[in-house]
Structure formats: C-alpha cells, structure tokens
Design a binder for this molecule. Structure first.
Ligand SMILES: [Zn+2]
Ligand SMILES: [Zn+2]
Length: 376
C-alpha cells in the first residue's frame, strides 16, 4: 500500500485513522506544496502560467486563495504536530508554507508584460488539483462505494503523474485538440447554423451541446474499443484495478487528444465559443465524478443521467459488461445503440483489463501502443 510506503519513507509508521494527525498532516503537506507551486508561478508567470488561462484570472481572488492555502497548510501542520508523535508530515507542510511565504507569498507582484508563447501549465495543474480534491475527496472518504479502498490505494501516485501529464503541456494539447475542428470549420463553416442556435435560450443550447457531444463521444469511444490499434491507446484508461476520481485521469495522451479533438468537430459547427467552454467545464466535472468511489445515487435520475455505478460497469473486467456503457452523460444513448448494461443495485467485483497484461509504469504505458506484440 502506498500509504505504508509513504509512512516508511517518512519514517512515520504510526496509525493513519482519524484523530491520529495523519489526515491533518497529509492535508498540510498537500496545501503546502500547492502554495509553494502557486508562488513559484507568480515569480515565473511567462514560463509557468497557461496563456489560455492567465488573462481570465481574477487576480485579487487568486491571491486570496493562495493566502488561504498557506494559512491552511500552517494550521493543519500545527494540528498534526500536536496530534502525532512523528512530526514529519506536519513539518513538511509547514516548511513548504514557510518557503512560500519567504518567497513573497500571495503578494508577489507581476511586473513583466506577458506575451503569447510556449508555456508549462503549472497553474492549471495546481488549480485543477485543488478544485478536484476539494470536490471529490471528501465525498469518497465519507460515502464510499468500496469502504475498504484507501485514498492512497496502489498506483495512486501513477495516476497523479497522469493528471500532471495531461495538465502541464496544456498549450500543446489545446493546439492539437483544436486543430481538426478549426481547420474543418474554416473551410466548411456555416455561420447561419450557429446564429440560429444562438437565438435559443442558453439552457436549451447547453442541453443540446451536451447531447451532440455525447453522441459524438459515444461513437469515438466505441471505435476506441473495437479498432485494435486504437484500443491499445484506450487500454491504458482501462488498466486501473480500482476506481476513484484520480483514476479517471489515467489516459494515454493520444486517447485524450482523439476523443476531445474529434468531439469538437460537430460542436464547433453548431455552437458558439461560450457554450463550448461551458460544456468543457461540465464534462471535466461529470467525467471525473463518474470515476469516483462514491456509493449514493438518486434512483429516479439513473435512467437519464450517468452516475458513478454506470461508468464503473464500463471499467469492469467481468465478461458480461465488456464493451458496454460507452456514453459519458446519457445512459439511454447506450440503450439506443444496444450496448447498455446496468444490473440492479450492484457494483462490479473486479476492474481492469481482461487477460491483457500491460506495462506498469507511466513511460512503459505511454510507449505501449507503439510497441508490437504482447507486452510483458
Ligand atoms: Zn472505454
Ligand atoms: Zn473511464
């Protein structure tokens, strides 16, 4: 278990339940690292902040957030140090928070004029990591579908690496994702269609956008399963042996670019940019939620809107549900195309690939689709 490994590395093998200072220590270290990373971003905004995002940041709010994260790291660090015999976790959090403060904290001024260019999306990684952790980790700890599964389950760190790998090269991936749709719409674009759509109420446009996107995603996703050379990319996403929110980010970069890039083609023909941006935010949250280790559900909603149990059946290695449940938002799309599998009330027993060994690490998995024959 990674939890034990971290404990061994830190020389801290004390119990990790509530009230032992484990959680406050882990959170302190997490917030400390976030704060440190954010202050480094303020120092090197040209290199470390995404050009797509930096112009939209409400800076007073971002600075308040950084300050709050620094304070949280210190308070939780102190709490952990009080509760726990081994102080290493709390001290790590406090040291990073202190380093962030010494580097100027939330008030580091941005003096340079920022210009467009290649950048590392460290800001996007830190912000999304914070938001997703705040939204999904508490519900997984409080209401898990699999109570025995730890937050720090095996391969947890591998999925953090995947989360990083899809956030840091934001500039390049955005360019590649937008490329097919922008090229096609510049040649075949029909302004009349977009205008007609724009005259509808915002909520209607948004619902139609989710529908168009999901129909596209259904067929792209199904192709990723049935075309053998495409499956080798998508197999990575299916290799997680247990699911939670961070497992959802395990995907080969080519898989990510293919799904998003092809889905945007119909979207950009029909919808305006603000509807597409709203949809991209929505899909980030909905698709992440579908992977969570979260038990509760709203029974009457299940036939209309995908809840975690539905997508968990897509990830099982049990034969009866392989190549089922391809939709991302609406389960009735699977019903319509004959790929629906949703046994009453039960969750899968096993997850992962069925009889298909793939390499264990990030590099091996990234290279896997380009290698021939069976992997070790
Ligand atoms: Zn799949
Ligand atoms: Zn998935």
């Amino acid at each position: 278990m990674l939890e034990q490994k971290i404990n061994e590395i830190l020389g801290d093998e004390d119990p990790s339940g509530f009230g032992t200072g484990w959680w406050s220590g882990v959170l302190s270290a997490f917030f400390g690292l976030l704060a440190f990373g954010a202050v480094v971003c303020l120092h090197f905004p040209q290199l470390l902040s995404s050009p797509e995002l930096r112009t939209h940041y409400p800076m007073p709010l971002v600075r308040m957030l950084i300050q709050a994260v620094i304070v949280a790291a210190i308070i939780l660090g102190v709490a952990s140090a009080f509760l726990r015999k081994k102080k290493i976790l709390g001290l790590t959090g406090m040291l990073f928070a202190l380093a962030a403060t010494l580097l100027g904290g939330a008030s580091v001024p941005i003096n340079e004029t920022l210009h467009d260019g290649l950048a590392i999306g460290l800001d996007w990684f830190l912000l999304d990591m914070l938001l997703m952790t705040l939204i999904f980790s508490p519900i997984e700890v409080l209401w898990p579908a699999y109570p025995k599964q730890s937050v720090f389950r095996p391969e947890w760190l591998l999925d953090v690496v995947y989360f990083m790998s899809s956030h840091l090269p934001l500039r390049i991936t955005t360019f590649l994702i937008l490329l097919p749709a922008t090229q096609l719409t510049s040649v075949l674009g029909n302004a009349g269609l977009q205008e007609a759509m724009g005259s509808l109420p915002w909520l209607v446009q948004f619902f139609l956008a989710v529908l168009v996107a999901d129909l596209a995603e259904y067929w792209i996703h199904r192709a990723l399963h049935v075309v053998p050379w495409l499956w080798r990319f998508h197999a990575i996403h299916h290799s997680s042996k247990s699911l939670d929110w961070i497992a959802g980010s395990r995907a080969h970069i080519v898989d990510d670019i293919l799904i998003r890039g092809l889905m945007l083609i119909p979207m950009m023909f029909v919808f305006s940019q603000d509807i597409i941006v709203a949809y991209l935010l929505f899909v980030t949250i909905h698709a992440t939620w579908e992977h969570t280790n979260f038990g509760p559900s709203i029974k009457w909603l299940e036939p209309y809107f995908i809840v975690p149990r539905f997508h968990h059946w897509h990830h099982t290695s049990q034969k009866e549900s392989i190549d089922k449940n391809f939709a991302v938002h609406f389960p009735w799309i699977d019903k319509l195309f004959g790929t629906y599998y949703y046994p009453e009330g039960t969750w899968p027993d096993t997850y992962g690939l069925h009889n298909e060994p793939i390499p264990a690490g990030f590099l091996g998995q990234t290279l896997y689709p380009f290698t021939r024959g069976k992997a070790v």
